[in-house]
Ligand binder design. Structure first.
Ligand SMILES: [Zn+2]
Length: 138
């Protein structure tokens, strides 16, 4: 089954997946993404204001998924492309998020490379196309 996400679970996460909706902790001021019930930075804040993240950030780390290492929902993509890069991006608002990188530069991915989130099809499951964000170099 891998990382199966049911349709209701997916739909509840649509704001963060579609609009990069994060939350600013009213206790410590740091931005949580994805949203949490309790702030993951100060461990006490439980009141938040919603913030829409810019999607701009830098590559903090990355890896290349290949050789059958893809989760089941991405096996078709891995089969078609052979391999694909996944980046850990530090957003300018602070949170670090993992997503695929599209249009990787010919000279290769580098730590610190500026990227921008773009809205893309992620995969299809139960006949529903799941959308979300990936990153591309800027
Ligand atoms: Zn906090």
């Amino acid at each position: 089954m891998g990382a199966h996400i049911s349709i209701p679970m997916y739909q509840r996460a649509v704001p963060q997946r579609y609009r990069l909706a994060g939350q600013r902790c009213l206790n410590c001021g740091r931005v949580n993404f994805p949203p949490k019930a309790t702030c993951k930075y100060c461990f006490t804040g439980s009141e938040f204001e919603e913030v829409t993240l810019s999607g701009r950030g830098i590559v903090y780390s990355y890896t290349i998924i290949a050789g059958g290492g893809a989760p089941p929902e991405f096996s078709d993509q891995a089969h078609c492309q052979g391999s694909y890069p996944v980046v850990l991006v530090e957003l300018e608002e602070g949170p670090r998020v993992i997503a695929q990188l599209v249009d990787p530069p010919a000279e290769g991915i580098s730590i610190g490379m500026p990227v921008q989130a773009v809205f893309r099809k992620i995969y299809e499951e139960e006949g529903v196309i799941r959308y979300g964000f990936k990153f591309r170099p800027v």
